[in-house]
Design a protein around this ligand. Sequence first.
Ligand code: HEC
Length: 310
Amino acid sequence: MKNRIIIFILFLLPASVWAQDAPVTKGFWDDPINHPMAPFYALMALVVLVTVLVFIVAIMLLQVLNTFVERAAKEKAAALGIEYKPEPSWWQKLDRKLTNAIPLEKEATIELDHNYDGIKELDNHLPPWWKWLFYGTIAWSVVYLIVYHVTDSVPLQQQEYENEVAMAEEQLRKIRAAEPVAAIDEATLSYTADAALISKGAVVFKNNCVSCHKEKGEGSIGPNLTDEYWLHGGSIQNVFTVVKNGVPEKGMIAWNAILKPEEIRDVSFFIMSLKGTNPPNAKAPQGAVWKEEVKVEGVQADSVKAQASL
Ligand code: HEC
């Protein structure tokens, strides 16, 4: 009995989880004392408490009454000289109704003709509770089919997920739009040795890049970022683009999925500021020498591209 009550309570638990799906408004528990419904809830709680108490007292009285009735029946049986048989309790009756089990003493009537080493088989009924649950699932499947697949009145899981993603994206778009920062991209960016931005960039570098480019940018898994040799070009546009889009096939992450545009700018500025710092134990040069102002026959853009593709 105790176990069944515990299992029942466990079944109730998820209800509190579902309750949290409700839209987030200022709830009762944020400020219970000053909530307008507080007196009503307090009254309800009191009513529930009193009901429970009355219920407990009633059960106890009933038990006392039962003991008396039983004792009287026993005495009567003793006086008449017959054997006393206790009435089945309401729980036993309910159990019998729900399981439709054949009482022990009548089991011989449903015994099948199987006997394996003394283990016999009974032709018991399916328990009604189980049968009705099964019929219930069949009925439910019809409702489910109509609601989800015929009338399409409720979204399926996949659609639900997509709706939520769309909602989140819409929220993100609103937040982004509300941010005053102008769009930062390689097309409009130009490098200035802004100490504030560079020191912010140093923090970003320390948190994300040192594992491959080392503390001072001298390089280890990733190339040396302090020399004048560059794999993808050494202009602020080149550096910003590489950090933003990465070189995934070579192990350099596309940081735009992790860092904000301004963080990519700051860390790019920091890298630009490393030029010529000559840290000890620097990695051997990789790529080609980068010259900021390459003017071959006056076509700067093309040579920048040529450098970048090296
Ligand atoms: C998992 C290792 C790894 C991490 C972490 C990493 N990088 Fe790289 N990085 C590389 C590799 C490898 C390359 C060389 C790619 C190639 O060969 O094309 C590279 C290349 C670069 C380049 C181009 C260098 C050139 O010579 O053109 C820049 C700039 C750069 N990384 C900046 C960063 C920044 C900024 C961070 C931190 C936000 C970072 N990296 C984090 C591995 C890494």
